[in-house]
Design a protein around this ligand. Structure first.
Ligand SMILES: [Zn+2]
Length: 112
């Protein structure tokens, strides 16, 4: 049985329309429903530690939450507090959904 979501680490041209661009710039990418692909750029310095080490690492969890948002259909937010804000800072953890994130996902998936 195939998975609906497939997460991986890639480098350079890896067979889709979005080649990984090496260190910095685009850290990862994911596709809107129903593709299910989430691709981290393997050339970045990743960490899951809290706090992050002081070596320029990016929070693999923060970026993962943002990319999973795209997998669910969310676009980027203009709210700098949102995990869906497109700018991820090295050395900073962000793992809490902001009101803007919650409003956006509730708009896409309303409850009865
Ligand atoms: Zn890709």
């Amino acid at each position: 049985m195939a998975s609906d979501l497939v997460v991986g680490v890639y480098g350079g041209d890896h067979g889709d329309s979005v080649p990984c661009d090496g260190l910095r710039n685009e850290l990862a990418h994911a596709f809107y429903p129903t593709d299910g692909g989430l691709h981290y750029d393997g050339d970045e310095q990743w960490s899951s530690l809290v706090p992050l080490p002081d070596d320029g690492s990016y929070d693999v969890v923060w970026v993962g939450i943002n990319e999973i948002g795209h997998l669910l259909g969310l676009v980027h937010s203009n709210d700098p507090n949102a995990v869906m804000f497109p700018w991820v800072e090295p050395g900073k953890n962000k793992r809490t959904l902001a009101a803007d994130d919650i409003d956006a996902i509730r708009a896409l998936y309303p409850q009865g």
